[in-house]
Design a protein around this ligand. Structure first.
Ligand code: GLU
Length: 436
């Protein structure tokens, strides 16, 4: 069996970390099994779907490195839905309904006030059909077939169809609701595993009967616990958790992927620089049932850790020319984002005006200025410089190193000076130490 998964967003908005997580898990599962990962654009709602969101979804998946093996659009498949709908109608599995939303609402309230579950009541077959009213359509659940499946995350699931309302699958204007087209597509595209949020569990119960009614075996299901933000619901902050914003903040795609792959699972989140270990480890049995908590601070920290061992070749196209491989290797342990590397260009090559040293530090700087010109500009430069200053002034430890670091880099903290110094243009170093 070739594994086939799909990510099925509705193009009515931009992707955020919640739906990216679902996409990622589908992708990882397909890659782990040498299968196929499809992008299915669920654009049956022609009013709310927008081409710019479709483009955005493609761009975001590509930025994340989630390559797709095929793309399908529901809006191009209406003929197929129509045919399958007719088939179900002929088999008595869909039927016309004429209630208005107000009537349904009143009925629901009556049932609830009697302490009964608000399940839709089918009309008798000979009920009067109102004239001039276009019907909407429901799928007729088979009350005699209990619904059961073994969910890859949630284990055994059981639903009693008698306690469920026959779901509306098509509106009076002929437009489709999500449930039936999704099943038709999953069958037609040979989807073997459906990975989605647990908010779809009750949809799955109804859809399992639709697979059955259409003569197909349902795929395997994995319903993952929802993602929540540090302060509860994610939906409140979706704008800031969109891909464009995370990219602007300097988050590397691999950092987001590394976090979302493992969050809420019993595998630890690790600062990986490739997806290989994430593909190898994905296992829905290791996914927890409790909501997974997404924390931007955790993402920023992971991003930083990943940069610390990211190879030059992986970032070179995004670095200013001044940041050579040796320079990248020296500064990467101190970066939060790749963009920050640019701030080091001036430290290496100038222009750079050192801060005026504190009075007490002047002897150290002066001794350094006297020694620097004569040094070999290689890995021994820093020990030689500090050795000479120490001999001349007696300064040691912090009193020796900090003034030199400040004069040479303008900062109190930063990369190892022994690695950094020979990467600074020598004339620049001389000028900085002599500037006082
Ligand atoms: N378009 C549906 C959604 O975004 C797809 C759900 C599914 O994966 O079946 O919720």
């Amino acid at each position: 069996m070739t594994v086939v998964t799909r990510f099925a967003p509705s193009p009515t908005g931009s992707l955020h970390v919640g739906n990216v997580r679902t996409a990622l898990h589908n992708w990882l599962w397909a890659r782990k099994h040498g299968g196929r990962f499809l992008l299915r654009i669920d654009d049956t709602d022609l009013e709310r779907s927008r081409e710019e969101y479709v483009d955005g979804i493609r761009a975001d998946l590509s930025w994340l490195g989630l390559d797709v093996d095929g793309e399908e659009r529901q809006s191009a498949r209406f003929d197929l839905y129509e045919r399958e709908f007719d088939r179900l109608k002929a088999a008595g599995r869909v039927y016309a309904c004429y209630e208005t939303p107000e009537e349904l609402d009143i009925r629901r309230k009556v049932l609830l006030s009697r302490g009964l579950p608000p399940v839709y009541e089918r009309k008798p077959a000979d009920a009067a059909v109102p004239e001039g009213v276009a019907p909407h359509w429901r799928f007729k659940l088979d009350h005699d077939s209990p619904i059961a499946w073994t969910d890859m995350v949630r284990g055994d699931q059981n639903f009693e169809p008698k306690t469920m309302s026959d779901p509306v699958i098509r509106r009076a204007d002929g437009s489709w609701l999500y449930l039936l087209p999704s099943v038709i597509d999953d069958i037609d595209m040979g989807i073997t595993h459906v990975v989605r949020g647990e908010d779809h569990v009750s949809n799955t119960a109804a859809q399992i009967q639709m697979f059955d009614a259409l003569g197909a075996k349902p795929p395997q299901f994995a319903h993952e616990a929802l993602l929540v933000g540090t302060e509860g619901k994610l939906s409140k902050r979706l704008g800031s958790l969109g891909m464009a914003n995370l990219r602007d903040e300097g988050i590397e795609p691999i950092a987001l992927v590394a976090l979302l792959a493992r969050l809420g699972t019993s595998d630890p989140v690790e600062p990986v620089t490739s997806v290989a270990p994430l593909i190898a480890s994905i296992d829905f049995a290791r996914f927890g049932r409790a909501p997974a908590r997404f924390d931007e601070a955790e993402l920023a920290l992971l991003n930083q850790k990943i940069l610390h061992h990211t190879y030059y070749a992986a970032v070179a196209p995004r670095l200013p020319a001044a940041i050579t491989e040796a320079r990248w290797n020296a500064i990467r342990p101190n970066l939060m984002t790749v963009a920050e590397a640019a701030e080091w260009s001036a430290v290496f090559d100038g222009p750079f005006t050192p801060p005026a040293p504190e009075e007490a530090d002047r002897p150290v700087i002066e001794a350094a200025a006297a020694a620097v010109s004569g040094l070999e500009w290689d890995a021994g430069a820093w020990p030689a410089l500090t050795g000479a200053v120490k001999d001349a002034t007696g300064a040691k430890g912090r009193a020796l190193f900090l003034p030199l670091r400040r004069a040479l880099t303008g900062r109190d903290h930063g990369p190892d000076m022994a690695e950094l110094l020979p990467l600074i243009v020598k004339d620049q170093a001389i000028a900085r130490l002599s500037a006082t």
